[in-house]
Design a protein around this ligand. Structure first.
Ligand code: IPE
Ligand code: IPE
Ligand code: MG
Length: 254
């Protein structure tokens, strides 16, 4: 992965000219990487080809974050519900994930990218879990973009897991009901220690959260693009930031 992208002053996207230096850049961006299957179908290719092509977009998105100053990028790579896909597709996705982790770790080291993961990681096959743990340990000291992969991830499952931890603490007498508030709850979710994402991008036009970061996205701006994930590039990232910059974030005030 090479971070040679320049913060070009003016970039023309489909709809307008984007003045890059005036963009608001969130510290944390989350992306629902959707549309791999449709990308493949349009080309008469198997769905696996779409998932493979999607891996290139991951690299590009991290490059964009690095060039623009986004510190955390959380990518929805495999949901709790995706376990219900045909076994063959699940196996293909797990194989691609393992290869991605093995192939990309040297690039992540070179580019100062830190890898993290959220989700019920114990449900991943052993070979994937081993590759994931290895990549996380190897990149732990990197200080550039944190690429946070949501794997076997579900927002409801995360809330349930956090609740269980709070109940365990209460059972041990470490906390009482009065200690449960937004802050103590946020300390138990998978993203504890990370700022909440202020921008959610979903590719391929679908207008739903699909069980993604339900707690963290409570006040995020949502930008939906028709682009399929394997076609998502730097200019699409800029277009999403441009849209985000135009939003009036009121947080319940007037
Ligand atoms: C996103 O692409 C990748 C995963 C959910 C793992 P899809 O596989 O959902 O692609 P579409 O939505 O069928 O086009
Ligand atoms: C959401 O996409 C999950 C990921 C991108 C990993 P899906 O394609 O699984 O979502 P639905 O089924 O359209 O809601
Ligand atoms: Mg999909």
């Amino acid at each position: 992965m090479k971070f040679t992208l320049k913060k070009k002053t003016k970039v023309s996207s489909e709809a307008s000219v984007i003045d890059v230096p005036t963009l608001s850049v969130p510290e944390h961006v989350a992306i629902i990487m959707d549309g791999n299957g449709r990308w493949a179908k349009r080309r008469g290719l198997p769905r696996a080809a779409g998932h493979r092509a999607g891996a290139d977009s991951v690299r590009k998105a991290v490059e964009s974050c690095s060039a623009l100053g986004v510190k955390f990028l959380t990518l929805y790579a495999f949901s709790s519900e995706n376990w219900n896909r045909p076994q063959k597709e699940v196996e293909t996705l797990m194989g691609l994930l393992e290869n991605f982790l093995k192939d990309k770790t040297p690039e992540m080291m070179k580019d100062n990218v830190r890898l993290q993961a959220i989700g019920r990681l114990d449900m991943l096959p052993d070979h994937v879990r081993a590759a994931l743990d290895k990549a996380i340990v190897e990149t732990a000291g990197n200080t550039g973009v944190t690429m946070n992969l949501a794997l076997s991830y579900g927002g409801r499952e995360e809330i349930v897991d956090a609740t269980k931890r709070l109940v365990e603490k209460a059972t041990l007498g470490e906390i009482t009901a009065d200690d449960v508030d937004n802050t103590s709850f946020a300390n138990e979710i998978y993203t504890a220690g990370m700022p909440d994402p202020c921008l959610l991008i979903r590719t391929s036009g679908e207008q739903r959260l699909s069980n993604f970061l339900l707690w963290q996205l409570s006040y995020a701006e949502i930008v939906i693009t028709e682009k399929l994930w394997p076609d998502f590039r730097h200019d699409d990232f800029l277009a999403a930031l441009s849209e985000y910059t135009k939003r009036d974030r009121r947080f319940g005030k007037v």
